[in-house]
Design a protein around this ligand. Structure first.
Ligand code: DLL
Length: 423
């Protein structure tokens, strides 16, 4: 589609979205009223900069359903992702929203070269995480065969890959590295498999990792990007040229802003990615600040697609960590520690990547009155804390109790994370 036609379509969809949100979501009505904006002020896609931003805190303040713009009876599915503290952020989809999301994933799969004849093994988690069910709907939309194995149980993953003749494998790149090593160590080996394509995303990964995965598994490894708030995986994906992630901008309108001034940056410059869901009605996101840092390239790709290309995610403007594909905020750990009378509210998270698997250790201090040389008691409180963190965040930390007063205290921002991974 030419840029002019795309802009006209985006403008039309933006007008429809803003008027829907204004009339049906008290959250957006309030926000627009405060900014002195009415739907009549929005005539073209360029007018988008008049609209206020939406941020993660808005989702938290309106937990769980306060941003929905349709009656709950029209919401067919809910997904959730880590919030900044104990409560997750929740997203609801109408039938139309689910169809648009499936379409977006289907476009990615097609750009990766997948067809009806492929067998696609989905090793992203199924459940509240959008990875499993999101990919699932896209595979169905292209008419390929879905193998909904979900995450974990690596030996079974490899066995089914071999028995079924899986041709594509979808997982986080770090899990794929682990699976690749297990395949090479097994009697099956990569030559015993029919794999040809990897569908990797949900966390940052490097070109080096791409080469390793491609060499070890004898596949082409493609990047797929997305986030729960905007729908899930498939907001964009690479094409056969592997030179940027095409964003399906008739569905998800991208902008890059300076995270400090909040002004748009010149074309091609790095900044914070902002999305507006042009075709999502259950829970529209208008100018949602993703906190992801990247840039956009509007030049036409050799593949012929005119959809803008996004560079690799270069980092984040907040302190969100992605550990084993799961989003973790240090503030969540703090909130959980405060629930326990035994612990001081000081902690240090240490992350590393050993044998392609992220390690996640939290150093904590026990209050002097609870500090004891009775080992059973310490083991119990360690276990209680680890279980609570696992249930809130979804991954299991190693808890290390250190001597009282050894974790740095600071009036200012104390260092709460040491990340040894080289991403
Ligand atoms: O990770 C959705 C997803 C599932 C994408 C499966 C791709 C494949 P969230 O859990 O909400 O959603 O996390 C979204 O993860 O803001 C980025 O910081 C990061 N992220 C997602 N995809 C990529 C990628 C899913 N391809 C957050 N490269 C986003 C780098 C990524 N970072």
């Amino acid at each position: 589609m030419s840029r002019d036609r795309m802009s006209a379509l985006q403008g039309e969809k933006l007008r429809r979205l803003v008027s829907h949100a204004y009339s049906n979501s008290p959250f957006y009505k309030r926000k627009f009223d405060q900014a002195g904006i009415t739907p009549n002020d929005i005539r073209s896609i360029e007018d988008i900069t008049k609209l206020p931003f939406t941020v993660k805190q808005d989702l938290r303040d309106n937990y769980p359903f306060g941003i929905m713009a349709v009656p709950m009876s029209d919401i067919l599915r809910l997904h959730a992702s880590s919030g900044t503290t104990g409560k997750p952020i929740v997203v609801g989809y109408t039938e139309h929203d689910l169809a648009c999301w499936a379409e977006a994933v289907a476009r990615c799969l097609t750009a990766f070269g997948l067809k009806k004849s492929d067998l696609i093994q989905i090793s992203y988690g199924y459940g509240m995480f959008t990875g499993g069910l999101g990919l699932h709907a896209g595979v169905q939309a292209i008419g390929a065969t879905v193998i909904p194995i979900s995450s974990g149980n690596t030996q079974k993953q490899i066995q089914l890959m071999s028995d079924f003749g899986t041709t594509a494998f979808a997982s986080t790149p770090s899990y794929a590295m682990y699976v690749a090593e297990q395949i090479l160590a097994s009697s099956i080996g990569s030559e015993g498999l029919k794999l040809r394509i990897g569908i990797f995303g949900a966390e940052p990964w490097t070109e080096n990792m791409r080469h390793e995965l491609e060499n070890k598994l004898n596949i082409k490894a493609y990047d797929i990007y997305g986030l729960t708030e905007i729908s899930g995986p498939g907001v964009g994906g690479e094409c056969e040229y592997q030179n940027g992630i095409h964003i399906w901008e008739d569905l998800f309108y991208p902008e890059i802003i300076d995270p400090v001034t909040l002004e748009p940056v010149p074309h091609g410059c790095k900044g914070e990615l902002v999305f507006t869901t042009l075709d999502k009605f259950g829970m529209p996101m208008i100018r949602y600040r993703t906190r992801d840092l990247t840039s956009l390239d509007y030049s036409i790709c050799p593949c012929g697609r005119t959809a803008v290309r996004m560079g690799k995610i270069l980092g984040r403007t907040d302190d969100m960590l992605i550990i084993r594909g799961v989003n973790v905020f240090p503030s969540q750990i703090e909130a959980i520690l405060l629930e326990f009378p035994e612990y001081e509210p000081y902690f240090l998270i240490e992350i590393d990547r050993i044998n392609n698997t992220d390690t996640f250790e939290i150093k904590v201090e026990v209050k002097p009155e609870f500090y004891t040389d009775r080992i059973n008691q310490l083991v119990r409180i360690k276990h209680d804390l680890a279980s609570r963190i696992q249930s809130v965040i979804g991954i299991h930390p190693e808890i290390r109790i250190v001597q009282p007063n050894t974790i740095e205290r600071s009036e200012n921002k104390s260092k709460r994370v040491i990340d040894h991974r080289k991403l």
